[in-house]
Design a binder for this molecule. Sequence first.
Ligand code: 6PG
Length: 450
Amino acid sequence: MNETIGLIGIGVMGSNIALNFSDNNIPVHVFNRSEDKINLLINKDSKGNITGTTDIQNFVNNLPKPRKILMLIPSGKPTLDMAKKLIEHLEPNDILIDGGNAYYLDSNELGEICSRKEIEFVGMGVSGGEEGARKGPALMIGSSNPINNELKNSLSSIAAIFNNKPSIGFYKGHGTGHFIKMLHNGIEYAEMQIITEAFHILKKANFNNEQISNFFKEFTKENRSSYLIEITSNIMLKKNESGYIIDQIRSEASHKGTGKLTVETSLNYGFPLPSIYEAFNARVESNFQNLWNEKLEEKEIDIDIESLSNTIYFARLATMAQGLLFIEHISSIENLEIDLKEVLQNWSAGCIIRSDLLKELGDLNLSNALTSSEFVHNTLLENLESIKKVIKTCVDGSVSIPVITSSYNWFVGTTNSFNPSSLIQAQRDYFGAHQVQLNNSDEFIHLDWD
Ligand code: 6PG
């Protein structure tokens, strides 16, 4: 058998994936510059399937052919540099897998470089954090050729399972797996921010941490829960000697860039993802909380719990719809043939955005475009009055809820029979002769405004 996986990168994700392979009796051979780190990992490996070396040539020589090498190192330059170094030692038909949070265009580029040497490149998005890596992540796989069977079996055995199938999505193109992972992260940012806005509302409504935890726990009963909602419920209860941890953490959010890349990519394609823009902005803005000398007067608000629950559902669905529509759009213009059903299966277990909602969407008949699905439109419509009520309460109570509001604006803006952008056209033509299109023609004309 030629199952051995070569692994480069034994940080949090790499070590846990290595142990996961080992648990499934798949040998892992590790390259790392530090012998101590290799030994630390080997000591954690109760099954004895992990070996390692500090020499890259030995590493490559020790792997059975065709080699299957998984890189789990920081994306960008470190990955590119390592890949280029490795490629010098590899032979045709070897397989190089990038499992980092790579920018999908970098994966396309790396794929090209590998193809020139007849090396198979696989861009693999991995989701699920530390626990997922250890017990079963979701894997989003992009390749230009069908993936090697042995590798497929090995990856299937470490992935999370949903509906008796591994949470693995196969996508056409070296960068497409990482594109799907990037979108996953954009949606992750929005869902995290929606939950955070609900937390803000509940704090303003004077709920204590235990009550907030219970509020989120209730979602499970209604089949409206998600991994992020569950962990939030747990986070609320965590205490140390000084009290609740959540009340001791600074209100300044950071990021490693995948949300920003989602925003940039959608802007480059001219496709709207407003809930994700606002979620990214909220993280950035949280670092600018001292702009003014005076703070607004604190007001307690009175929140209707059922409306808040519906609002969270509305905003999560609107965000998910934006993300899925973007995937449909890219798939069509880049000819990627991405099957939304496959994406929904892929995201239903193991990954950070796994949720009841994804399972619900996965059960729909999505043979046509997402917007033709009555479920999405009707569910947003059913929860519209609730979100309006919550927004009104927040306006009165001076609570900032950017993602909830933008999700509402997105739905109302795209379903309203009147759109006022005719005025933008007119203004541009008035001051800059940028031309307008009239309703009855495709022609661009400059009007005489004098
Ligand atoms: C996952 C996560 C994971 C991680 C990223 C994004 O799916 O397992 O998305 O990839 O959380 O590092 O984190 P930032 O919030 O730092 O961008």
